[in-house]
Write a protein that binds this ligand. Structure first.
Ligand code: BES
Ligand code: ZN
Ligand code: ZN
Length: 466
């Protein structure tokens, strides 16, 4: 990853420079007359961004008076100009705006290239970013932690199931423990069997790989909350649909992304731990692949879940709710203040609002939704609240069991949420991240593929809790 450091003198000859300024900003004296002149002209014009090519790099000009998100996007734009030779970049000017540009720049420096034979050649040239002395070390550390956690989540999503089965996902989570200082417990198949997690075991029946159930606990001293916040993430490492097989190429191709909820909640707790937030949080990640194997669960099956509820399976492709239901009932034993789940749960959520935001709903107090919406704006990981009336739950009643796992053709994201609510005994927020978790093409500081959606959002939300 790119190193973020406090800068010494501007090294004009060998690095690129980003000047984030307003009209009155005094430029560094070492900059040439040409730059001073260009700067003056730039501030007279309408453009928010411009650049000068120098012998070995660029001088970028960014107007400070822009929305934070616009500044992040310019950070991504800057990365786009750099060549293999531009190995370092200096920032100078207005510090708050610089932080936003640097965040965008850092987040867009992500690459998933390990599987190329010539990976080294494809590697970005940029290795060092220098920030002015008036930006605190604390702010720099936070930016680095954000990028680390988001990249961790993106990497997990981008890993194909050939390299990331449930056990490998659990191991990757455990690998974070020494650095993060949180505890990780991995429940293996035999433990999942003795706990009778019927939903997770049912989905796993078509697979030759065992399921896992990973519990991450971050409990700082003097936490502000007496009861923990529980984050539950869907960990379907690949979703073929099972016997209710998905069509390919249209729907199945990107289904390695179906553990993005798991990656999101672990990424958020990792980030909270790196930043030593004073919040007690626990992440739960039930994980398996969903396949039409020899003994795969079938449409028509009745499954006894972890909490004793029986579920008639009418579509094996509605597997996320089966494994989440067990994790949500498991969460009850912690007597949580609040339960939030993140899941790539329904195509309905994507059809409703696309990739630009997550669908959220729930029964938690409005104050939590207000905070989440605020965090959504600040991080530009926006959320849209959907209705959660009990009327929708009636669709999930079965004629032969307590529940069935699909509703009607309408409002599938809400009926899925109501199904999950049945298993939760605490204030609850459900986040369907099926839209923003994955991008088919690069967008600003989010690359093609896994976006790490929800990591910055949930971290920002945890930071706001009082
Ligand atoms: N993993 C999918 C949902 C999904 C769709 C994620 C698109 C990301 C992008 C989920 O398991 C699924 O297949 N849901 C079904 C539910 C239906 C059978 C009730 C769906 O949305 O079609
Ligand atoms: Zn599915
Ligand atoms: Zn799925």
């Amino acid at each position: 990853m790119i190193q973020l450091k406090h800068s010494g003198d501007l090294d004009l000859l060998f690095s690129s420079i980003v000047i984030v300024s307003n009209k009155k900003t005094k430029l560094d004296k070492s900059l040439s007359d040409e730059v001073h002149l260009f700067h003056k002209k730039f501030h007279k014009g309408e453009e928010k961004f411009d650049f000068l090519k120098t012998l070995n790099g660029f001088i970028f000009f960014v107007k400070e008076d822009q929305k934070v998100e616009e500044l992040r996007v310019l950070g991504a734009k800057i990365i786009g100009y750099l060549t293999k030779e531009n190995t370092s970049i200096h920032f100078t000017g207005e510090s708050d705006a610089i932080l936003a540009v640097a965040e965008g720049l850092l987040l867009s420096s992500y690459q998933f290239i390990a599987y190329f034979k010539d990976a080294e050649k494809k590697k970005l040239g940029l290795t060092e970013v220098f920030l002015p002395a008036d930006i605190s070390q604390k702010k720099i550390d936070e930016l680095v932690s954000i990028a680390k956690a988001v990249f961790w989540a993106r990497d997990r999503v981008n890993e194909p199931v050939s390299h990331l089965n449930a056990s490998q996902l659990a191991q990757h989570i455990a690998d974070l423990a020494p650095e993060a200082g949180f505890s990780v417990q991995i429940l293996e198949k035999t433990q999942i069997e003795s706990l009778k997690m019927g939903g997770l075991l049912a989905v796993n029946r078509g697979s030759i790989d065992p399921p896992t159930f990973t519990i991450v606990e971050y409990k700082p001293e003097k936490a502000i909350n007496k009861k923990p916040i529980i984050l539950v993430g869907k960990g379907v490492v690949y979703d073929t649909g099972g016997l209710s097989l998905k069509p390919t190429p249209a729907s199945m191709d990107v289904m390695k992304c179906d553990m993005a909820g798991g990656a999101c909640v672990v990424g958020a707790v990792y980030l909270a731990a790196l930043q030593k937030l004073k919040v007690h949080v626990i992440a739960l990640v039930p994980a398996t692949d969903n396949r039409p194997g020899m003994n795969a669960y079938t449409p028509g099956d009745v499954i006894s879940m972890y909490d004793g509820t029986t579920v008639e399976v009418l579509n094996t492709d509605a597997e996320g709710r089966m494994i989440l239901a067990d994790a949500l009932s498991y969460a009850n034993k912690f007597k949580p203040e609040l339960v939030i789940d993140a899941a790539t749960l329904t195509g309905a959520a994507v059809r409703a609002i696309g990739t630009k935001a997550s669908v959220v709903m729930g029964n938690a107090d409005n104050k939590y939704f207000d905070l989440l919406e605020k965090s959504g704006i600040e991080t530009h990981e926006r959320v849209v609240r959907f209705p959660f009336w009990d009327d929708y739950a009636t669709e999930m009643k079965s004629t032969i069991a307590d529940l069935k796992n699909i509703g009607s053709a309408n409002a599938g994201m809400i009926t899925a949420g109501k199904f999950l609510e049945h298993f939760v005994k605490a204030p609850y927020i459900h986040m369907d991240i099926a839209g923003p978790a994955w991008l088919d093409t690069k967008e600003d500081y989010k690359g093609q593929g896994g976006t790490g959606a929800g990591v910055r959002l949930l971290y920002n939300f945890l930071k706001k809790l009082k």
